[in-house]
Write a protein that binds this ligand. Structure first.
Ligand code: NAD
Length: 500
């Protein structure tokens, strides 16, 4: 059995822990490896190494830090097939989707290559006579990242490229469900010329996370995962005086207006609801149809499309599947129990994914695409995040009812509206209480040079990930006000200095 350990101070290190988590191939149900769940001492050691490396890394010029990022990007491109294969084999998403995930991560590396420009700060001449002011954007020190299972490459890359390029050092705690890819990234960073100790990977569970949240040497914590854990991370790390950005769960609604193009809606919705088996924080899990005619037409067309979907392993088929398995046996059982609850609570089950069996992969964690009609608030399949291939159709009579549903929901990660009316779209983008909004775009994930984050219980903390917010999160502003000796031309002053 292959045992995965840590990557500390520039090398793979076996863990001394006697606790392990099993790593599976979700398409076959076979265990492929085990990952060590690191001890408190090992996590503290990684922090210590990162603290030591910080002393010299912060002095490397931004241009030279950026050059490491350029090289890292090149290596990611050169190794993209093996990285995407590792994503598919441990997560289950189809290979082309794994490549897509990696590409979105590489885009953050590209953004981080511009770090000399991003940390330039501001300069004002003559804020008072003979007095100048400028700001410095300095690194914080050791930063920690805690990642979820659903994007083992992209989510860590939302965090560490910017943190490192800005002069910080980093300790990453990946998901214990798919730990291989972060270790591959660590190796490539070293190959790109990153000094030892600047980027470290500690595999583990709550034991390691709690050290990262409370150790006083850690200055900032970035988290992505479920809402209850995001809230815990935010509270615990804030209490220890750290900066925190903690991104949580989602329930993303798409409003379908009567004037929307039906085939465009269905094409967009299929991928947004069922891509990556619905295990995306930006997946659309609720379609809100304005008017019964819209809902009836949508359901008919969706049934047709669902009938043609290929569900299967993410690699090795002659024609690639549209959707792979779920991450684990337990998660597949949970998703099935949500479908049971939808039936019990009176929703109309139009397509039942519980009955799907993947020929040749009977032990894989597959669930077929599932479609519910007549879903209402108060039902668990509406109120809660399912994180599986289950789409709920909600029928309303007006645009206002649709907006009220979204604004009343506890999550506010992403949303979209499909309409041909610019005025409706404009009003929607202004009044909706959600962090990322799509106009005829089903999954409005901001590009690397913009920032990613939700509202309400989808994000704890003021700053979003990557883009300008990412740079602000990983730097501390210092304002310098300077007057040179020749500028002092009067005696002592005892009044508040004002512009003269
Ligand atoms: P999770 O919350 O179970 O785990 C996330 C991380 O937290 C993992 O590294 C895990 O080891 C750690 N963790 C788990 N329990 C912990 C505890 N009690 N104490 C300390 N650490 C703990 O999430 P997941 O199942 O890996 O990922 C799926 C969730 O992530 C979904 O809710 C999804 O919406 C969310 N997600 C959100 C975004 C976003 O941008 N908002 C992006 C991706 C995923």
């Amino acid at each position: 059995m292959n045992t995965l350990g840590n990557f500390i101070n520039g090398q793979n290190m076996a863990s001394t822990s006697s606790e392990f988590a099993a790593v599976y191939n979700p398409a076959t149900g076979e265990q492929t490896a085990q990952v060590s769940l690191s001890t408190v001492a090992e996590t503290e050691h990684a922090i210590e190494v990162a603290q030591t490396a910080y002393e010299s890394w912060k002095k490397v010029t931004p241009l030279n830090r950026s050059r490491v990022m350029f090289k890292f990007k090149e290596l990611l491109e050169a190794n993209k097939t093996s990285i995407a294969e590792a994503i598919t084999s441990e997560h289950g998403k189809v290979f082309s989707d794994a490549l897509g995930e990696l590409t979105r991560g590489i885009e953050v590396v590209e953004f981080a290559c511009g770090i000399p420009h991003l940390v330039k700060g501001e300069h004002s001449l003559n804020v008072g006579r003979g007095v100048d002011s400028h700001s410095l954007m300095q690194p914080l020190g050791v930063c920690a990242g805690i990642a979820p299972f659903n994007f083992p490459a992209m989510v860590p890359m939302w965090m560490f490229p910017i943190a490192i390029a800005a002069g910080n050092t980093f300790v990453l705690k990946p998901s214990e469900k798919d730990p291989t890819v972060p270790l591959m990234l660590a190796k490539l960073l070293k190959e790109a010329g990153l000094p030892d100790g600047v980027f470290n990977v500690v595999n583990g569970d709550k034991t390691s996370v709690d050290v990262l949240l409370t150790d006083e040497r850690v200055q900032a914590v970035s988290f992505v995962g479920s809402t209850p854990i995001a809230e815990y991370i935010y509270e615990t790390a804030s209490k220890s005086g750290k900066r925190v950005q903690a991104l949580g769960g989602a329930k993303n609604h798409m409003i379908v207006m009567p004037d929307a193009d039906p085939s465009q809606v269905v094409q967009s919705l299929m991928g947004a609801a069922y891509g990556s088996a619905g295990e995306r924080c930006m997946a659309i899990s609720v379609a809100v149809c304005v008017g019964d005619a819209v809902a009836d037409k949508l359901i008919g067309m969706m049934q047709n499309e669902i009938g043609q979907m290929r569900v299967g392993p993410g690699m090795g088929l002659e024609q690639e599947a549209h959707m792979g398995p779920l991450i684990s046996k337990e998660h597949a059982a949970k998703v099935k129990s949500y479908i049971d609850s939808g039936v019990e609570q009176g929703a109309t089950l139009v397509e039942d994914g519980r009955v799907f069996v993947c020929d040749g992969n009977e032990n894989g964690y597959f669930i077929g695409p599932t479609l519910f009609d007549n879903v209402k608030p108060g039902m668990r399949i509406y109120d809660e995040e399912i994180f599986g291939p289950v789409l709920a159709v909600v029928r309303v009579d007006t645009y206002e009812e649709a907006v009220a549903l979204i604004n009343d929901h506890e999550y506010g990660n992403g949303t979209s509206i499909f309409t041909r009316d610019g005025d409706t779209a404009r009003q929607f983008s202004e009044e909706i209480q959600v962090g990322m909004v799509g106009i005829n775009v089903p999954i409005p994930v901001p590009m690397a040079f913009h920032s990613f984050g939700g509202w309400k219980r989808s994000l704890f903390g003021p700053l979003h990930m990557h883009g300008q917010d990412g740079v602000r999160f990983y730097t501390r502003m210092k304002a310098i006000t300077a007057r040179w000796p020749s500028g002092i031309r009067t005696g002592n002053e005892f009044t508040m200095p004002t512009m003269k």
